[in-house]
Design a protein around this ligand. Structure first.
Ligand code: T1G
Length: 709
């Protein structure tokens, strides 16, 4: 077993190196070894000072997140880090933490229990625990305000964002930036301070004084806005406030109480699930680090519309030169003007320098021909959502593109196999479904056709990460993962307003559940004309005589497309602020009456259950068909592509927390009331509910064969 913590000596300075790849997490054994090393340095008469440093690419990235599930389940006792960090702080010899990469969570808490901190220029420090539904649990909420002051500590602990090296020094968290070799700089610093009495962070109370109550009230107001529905940010604020009201020991006790409340919450289980699910999406059976990938040095995009323009920006943002082709000059000009406007807006907000904007624009080559396409390593088609149009484009590309060029379609639901059949190289054809706006939304669905080669898949997955996306692999079906599930979700919302709920009630119920916006607001944003086209495509696959949403078609026929026309389900002012539209309400009532739909008061819970469980039921089908590799992939798709609250873990994890038996019972109730066409429970849901299992436990690789047998 390699040593987790190494002790060596550089003349009169002890060097303690944490070596627990890949991120030096404080896994079991690390705190204990760290404590022993500190004691060894204290007992070593030659040692005048101590340097603490991480091996590999980073300092300590925190407690081992994999341990929390074991603690909650009772498999492991909860081990407080406080005593280990106390050993560092109580060391009679000064301890200097030398930070590179990240010092996050327990990593920063360890560094703050040291007497000094030196930091590499590119390093970051932070308390990101709230992103896991937790709060700092090893004195971070007590030491950070002592070093950086209450306001900075509140900001860092409640929002969880990291702080760069220079800001850390300015805030008083770190003492010196070390240019050049970090270890040499740390050893020099250690010798400079070796003779001074080691300053204990816990004793530094001057920055805790005069914290006005309004500071905490403001922090709570911000936390409620930013982390809508979340508990952990508020708990973090309570813990920091405790630092200003009681002793360090009592403050740590208060912090521990709040930490435990968070640790056993569904919010934390959901966010930890999302953390690992986001990292699991890149693990694809049959594709390994050894799978060949094609180097992507040049890209080309066909279509400079909303999607094509956003995709073009995505490549330029990643530093990849990209051609963008249109068929007409005015369309090309419109596309480029939109790209310039988008960059300009980011520069105006101070989030991009003018120089960076100019550089990104210099990487984009707008043109009307296929010139240069023969050198492209990937070509992304983003033309009108029509199968024949797309096939024509791919026939053309098949003649032009070099053999190892990936041919990607941005289609949001059309058949990748059909598109690939237009070429002589289906192994190079793949879906790259971006979400609008493509330069902003993090989700990228990679859609594999039955002939798509492993190299094209591996290349797309790796490229997605380079483009700053979260890439989920989907099988080829109508709507892939995301849009296939959003169909039933929006359909239920449209049925509910015909049955008696108001547009505002439906939107508010799902917004208060935690969705970024209600389903009808999302419909208005995407455009009721777009929704109409997708709905007609879906209806082609449905049995005749099945209930269809009536009002949505009427709104479309009246040219009320939502935000883009100022009126849809709601009406929108010049700033796109929504308000109730009496005409829509009247249209809904009239349509329902003519259709003989008896209107009633609809409880909010029914709205939530019908919309969310329609997602879950379709997700179960997607899972059992192998369209998604795991339930977590579906969750990540919904969190990053459709604004599902991460603190509920995604639709499948949420169903697990409700209990699949309870979900199944509710779906069966809907089946009785609204018919089997829309509500027959997915076989996988029935099976897992009967076996008392969860979606998270379902392993497609081991079980799919059983399912389809
Ligand atoms: N514990 C366990 N595994 C971790 C981990 C952690 N803290 N951080 C990363 N990993 C794994 C990750 O699952 C992946 O594994 C691999 O390392 C590379 O990660 C007591 C209670 C550090 C910025 O929240 O933000 O301390 O998929 O792909 O993009 O008060 O990882 O390879 O098998 O993300 O270079 C607080 C979480 C914990 C930091 C690096 N700390 N990690 O990003 O690599 S709670 C965090 C990150 C705590 C104390 C509290 C990032 C990173 P695999 P990666 P990366």
């Amino acid at each position: 077993m390699p040593e987790l913590v190494r002790y060596t000596r550089r003349d009169d300075v002890a060097l303690i190196t944490i070596d627990n790849p890949p991120v030096n997490a404080l896994s079991p054994g690390v705190p204990e070894s760290l404590q022993a090393a500190i004691r060894q340095a204290e007992a070593d008469g030659e040692v005048k000072a101590i340097v603490l440093i991480g091996a590999g690419s980073t300092f300590i990235a925190g407690a081992d997140i994999r341990e929390f599930g074991k603690i909650v389940s009772g498999e492991r006792p909860r081990l407080s880090l406080l005593p280990f960090l106390q050993t560092i702080e109580d060391s009679s010899k000064p301890v200097v933490a030398a930070i590179h990469g990240q010092a996050l969570g327990g990593g920063l808490e360890t560094a703050m229990s040291a007497h000094y901190r030196v930091i590499a220029p590119g390093a970051q420090v932070g308390q990101p625990e709230v992103k896991l539904g937790l709060i700092p649990g090893a004195g971070g909420t007590q030491r950070l305000p002592r070093l950086a002051g209450v306001i900075k500590a509140l900001e860092m602990c409640a929002a969880g964002e990291p702080v760069k090296a220079h800001d850390a020094v300015a805030a008083g968290i770190a003492d010196r930036i070390i240019e050049g070799d970090l270890l040499d700089g740390a050893l020099t610093f250690a010798r400079e301070i070796a003779s001074a009495p080691p300053p204990k962070t816990r004793d530094r109370e001057e920055k805790l004084r005069n914290a006005l109550p309004m500071v905490f009230d403001f922090a709570r107001e911000q936390a409620r806005k930013k982390g809508r529905g979340m508990r952990a940010p508020l708990a973090a604020i309570d813990a920091v406030q405790a630092a200003t009201q009681m002793s360090f020991e009592d403050g740590c006790r208060r912090e521990a109480e709040l930490f435990n409340e968070c640790l056993y919450s569904n919010e934390s289980k959901a966010l930890i699930h999302a953390f690992f699910a986001e990292r699991a999406v890149s693990k694809i059976p049959g594709i390994s680090k050894e799978t060949k990938t094609f180097e992507i040095r040049r890209a080309a995009v066909i279509g400079a519309g909303t999607m094509g323009g956003g995709i073009t920006m995505t490549y330029a943002n990643a530093g990849i030169p990209v051609i963008v082709k249109e068929t007409a000059q005015d369309a090309l000009d419109r596309g480029m003007n939109t790209i310039r406007k988008n960059y300009g807006a980011t520069v105006a907000k101070g989030r991009l320098s003018q120089e960076a904007m100019d550089h990104r624009l210099s990487l984009i080559t707008p043109q009307l021909t296929y010139d240069g396409f023969e050198n492209a390593d990937i070509i992304v088609e983003a033309v009108f959502e029509n199968l024949e149009v797309k096939k024509e484009v791919f026939r053309e590309l098949d003649k032009i593109a070099k053999p190892e060029c990936v041919l990607a379609s941005n289609t949001s639901s059309l058949n990748i196999d059909e598109i690939a059949s237009a070429t002589t190289r289906p192994q190079m054809v793949i879906g790259n479904h971006f979400f609008s706006p493509a330069n902003v939304m993090k989700l990228l669905e990679i859609v594999r056709g039955k002939a798509t080669g492993k190299e094209a898949i591996a290349t797309s997955m790796a490229l997605g990460k380079k483009l700053g996306k979260v890439t989920v692999l989907a099988g080829n079906c109508h709507g892939f993962i995301g849009n296939r599930m959003v169909g039933p979700y929006v359909r239920e919302a449209q049925f509910l307003v015909e049955e008696g709920a108001s547009v505002e009630q439906v939107n508010d119920a799902l917004y208060n559940f935690g969705m970024a916006m209600g389903p009808l607001a999302m419909d208005d944003l995407a455009g009721l004309d777009v929704g109409w086209a997708i709905r007609k495509e879906f209806e082609r696959h449905q049995k005749p005589g099945v209930r269809k949403p009536l009002v949505a078609d009427l709104l479309y026929e009246q040219g009320r497309f939502g935000q883009k026309t100022g009126r849809g389900w709601s009406k929108y002012d010049a700033n796109r602020k929504p308000s109730a539209d009496a005409e829509t309400a009247e249209l809904i009532e009239k349509t329902a009456r003519q259709a003989g739909i008896e209107r009633r008061n609809v409880p909010d819970q029914e709205i939530i259950d019908r919309c969310i469980y329609s997602l879950v039921n379709e997700g179960a089908r997607i899972l059992e068909e192998g369209i998604a590799l795991r339930a977590g992939d579906i969750d990540i798709t919904y969190i990053y592509g459709y604004g599902f609250p991460a603190w509920r873990g995604g639709p499948m994890f949420y169903a697990d927390t409700v209990g699949l038996k309870n979900v199944l019972d509710r779906i069966r109730e809907f089946e009785r009331k609204h018919g089997a066409e829309f509500w027959s429970p997915a076989p996988l849901l029935i099976r897992l509910a009967e076996e008392g299992r969860t979606f998270e436990q379902f392993d497609i690789e081991k079980e799919a064969a059983v399912l389809t047998s």
